[in-house]
Design a protein around this ligand. Sequence first.
Ligand SMILES: [Zn+2]
Length: 387
Amino acid sequence: MALEWLEKNLNWVTDQQVRLTEIPAPSFQEEKRAEEVKAILAGEGLTVHSDKMGNVIGELRGAQDKEAVLLSAHLDTVFPAGTEIKVRREGDRLVAPGISDNGTGLAGLLAVARAVHAAKIKPQRTILFAADVGEEGEGNLRGMRALIDAYRTKLRAVIVLDGSGIDHVTTKALASRRLEVVITGPGGHSWSDFGMPNPINALVRGSVRFINTKVPTSPRTTFNLGQVEGGTSVNSIPYEAKLKVDLRSESEDEIARMEAALRECTAAGVKDEMDNSRDRSRGKLDWKVNLIGSRPGGELAPDSALLAALGSADEFLGNKSRIERSSTDANIPLSMGIDAIAIGAGGNGGGAHSLQEWYEPAGREIGLKRVLLTLLGASGLAMEKSQ
Ligand SMILES: [Zn+2]
């Protein structure tokens, strides 16, 4: 049956992982990797299509097609186009950017689809196997948003495969918001126009106020000034200054409070700079705060059927896993009240988002079995012809 297929085909799974990892797929440029995944899923007896966003979806129709379960893995990586991606083998280790996040998840998705096909499993609810775009960074979960939009009324559970491991289950979605502060002014010459309001001065004045804002340790809340831009030369008063800020919290209320603080501090920084400029007749500063990304929070109910399905799989495999809060594709369904979890697809990995990212396949079969059993627990079986 399906579990045996997984045990016997581990080399195939690792080969797919290496092949897919070596096809570059920065967020917004996932097409080539998506085409490869599509070709493999089409060979597994699934009805396969791509949506407008670039997601690849393979459908295995269930006896009860009005309900569906989604198994997904994101296609994209954080590595920009041009990054050298050649998988190196160092002993039992595979080393390459993106090998674990999300090479493991994608390989797991294909392995489970193939095992289900090989065992001729007929699910009760329809199973959707999806490789989705735009999970990382400014991709802002756009692929998962489109999947949930398309299947919202049918979906009963979402299982997200992200990275490696079998030791955790993400049931709590970490909310985050990304904002960009933009301050503009007339600009001028550093000597002859000295005393004019300066957008970088205003940004610095506002930023110093903002980083003094107190955040609670519980609910854990964080902020990061991550990117700053502006100015054209050292001897020009700049006409623009920009700052990107990442806010995260276990509580949406705290995020809203931090966003309000950022706006207040920016306004105060601009006012300080205007009040201190000698020559206000020669132009004023404007400011705005743009929303550049938002990941809503949410939590899976502890008594949900999906968590029970994972619990049974863990019990069957003699595995123990801990509940985690993190920011994944599962944020979107969880924020909308759809049952969802994110789990690793087995083996061990580390160094995610770095050029030294690595993966060790040893023990992968337990992870794959855990995914398969949880998926079938959520979909139910219409009947199973084994062997
Ligand atoms: Zn990931």
